[in-house]
Write a protein that binds this ligand. Structure first.
Ligand code: CTP
Length: 407
């Protein structure tokens, strides 16, 4: 199942150079499984042709409220009743002003006004010059359309087609697909604060070298994304990994276990749920040399002494809030054998309500995984699937268990 399969999306294009990104967006939506119906304003047609958008969406494009193809001559009613969501990308400053005023003298604004607002969400991806974006009139209009129930998706920052640099760029196609996907996920963690640790840690022995492990961080990043999709406010404390931050997630980068502990402790007092997916190094070199350790010419390798790192999960699980059941702690266990027994023993040792086990060598760096959920009631298997699909299931399981555990 693709993320948007079965969803019918009206993709509205208004006049702006960012229309060139709408072609890729349309492809991305189709690839994610959506049926895409493109509607363009007259100004949008100055920037990209309806032919291009028809070819990419595999459907004729609508550009006029007088379109004779509709038996009842009411495309604004028919298109808005079919839709699961309307995404305006790009949404120009002028079109935002039109929405704010409830104008309806051309097809796209007419169908936005005519949509059944309680079941067809309207999303806006604004795109404009930075001065237009910053103008009080635009900000006032945006506040008005948000108050009227639209989801304003924000803008990117950087080089603009006009040669200036600043806020106002339309979000990228993959970011918009991510936002739309998030919209359709059940909001099982609405209003909750979630803290996730992810990735490996790096324990330095000198300025050049250190010890680390094969954790890619993919599972933790997928969980952070799934928690945010489920309506949570998410902080992600990440060890050294090369992964994009999920949209809407606050990320704190760290290297060592001690830095990860400090970043966790700085945030955990605000959290309702703590999910420790990080593969924290159990030990670090006892000393970190100021300069690179050189061969001494004798042929003897240096002896490195190790010292134990703090156990972040165990530390948090012992905190007063966790003990008072205000903070639900979830651990991960990467085992190499006898998963169920090892995981249950680890859950009890760490003093946490839920531990998620996987077979480490089959999970590290992979895009899919399988999980074993272990709690006081027993075990439950989540069969092999992509890490994002598993993360969404896991978030649902966590939400259910946390609600029961708090009572
Ligand atoms: N963990 C942690 N801090 C550490 C070590 C582990 O927060 N210093 C967390 C991990 O993020 C994971 C869980 O504890 O959620 C299990 O970690 P693991 O290293 O597998 O468990 P250990 O207690 O180290 O047990 P063992 O080495 O015997 O497998």
């Amino acid at each position: 199942m693709s993320d948007l399969s079965g969803k019918h999306i009206v993709l509205g294009l208004t006049g702006g150079i960012a229309c060139f990104k709408s072609a890729e967006l349309c492809r991305g939506l189709v690839k994610a499984g959506a049926a895409v119906q493109v509607v363009m304003t007259e100004a949008a047609e100055q920037f990209i042709t309806a032919v291009t958008m028809q070819a990419l969406s595999n459907r004729p494009v609508y550009t006029s409220q007088w379109d004779a193809r509709e038996d009842n001559n009411m495309p604004h009613i028919n298109l808005s009743r079919q839709a699961d969501a309307i995404l305006l990308a790009p949404c120009s400053a002028d079109f935002i002003a039109r929405l704010a005023q409830g104008r309806a003298d051309e097809l796209l604004s007419l169908l936005c006004l005519a949509r059944p607002a309680d079941r067809v969400p309207l999303l806006l991806a604004p795109a404009m010059n930075r001065e237009m974006w910053a103008h009080p009139a635009t900000q006032r209009n945006l506040a008005q359309v948000a108050a009227d129930g639209a989801h304003v998706l924000g803008v990117g920052s950087g080089d603009q087609a006009c040669g200036e640099t600043g806020d106002g760029r339309m979000l990228e196609a993959d970011e918009l697909v991510e936002e739309l996907t998030a919209l359709f996920q059940p909001k099982v963690l609405a209003g909750q604060r979630v803290l996730v640790t992810a990735g490996p840690t790096f324990e330095a022995m000198d300025p050049i070298r250190g010890i680390t492990n094969h954790s890619s961080g993919k599972m933790g990043f997928a969980i952070a994304r799934a928690a945010r999709e489920a309506g949570a406010e998410v902080t992600l404390v990440a060890g050294p990994v090369a992964l994009a931050t999920p949209r809407g997630v606050r990320r704190v980068d760290v290297k060592s276990a001690r830095q990860m502990l400090a970043a966790t402790q700085a945030d955990v007092d605000r959290a309702d749920i703590f999910i420790a997916t990080a593969a924290v190094a159990d030990w670090r070199p006892a000393t970190e040399a100021d300069q690179k350790i050189k061969k001494d010419g004798t042929g003897d390798a240096p002896t490195i002494a190790f010292t134990e790192n703090p156990d972040i999960l165990a530390t948090v699980a012992k905190s007063e809030r966790a003990q008072r059941r205000e903070l639900f702690c979830v651990g991960f266990a990467a085992e190499s054998q006898d998963l169920a027994n090892n995981a249950q023993a680890k859950r009890e040792r760490k003093g946490i309500p839920l531990l998620v086990g996987n077979i480490g060598p089959l999970a590290f760096g992979q895009d899919d995984n399988q999980l074993l959920l272990v709690d006081a009631q027993g075990t439950r298997e989540l069969p092999r699937a992509s890490k994002l699909v598993l993360a969404r299931h896991l978030v649902g399981e966590i939400a259910r268990r946390q609600a029961a555990w708090k009572q």
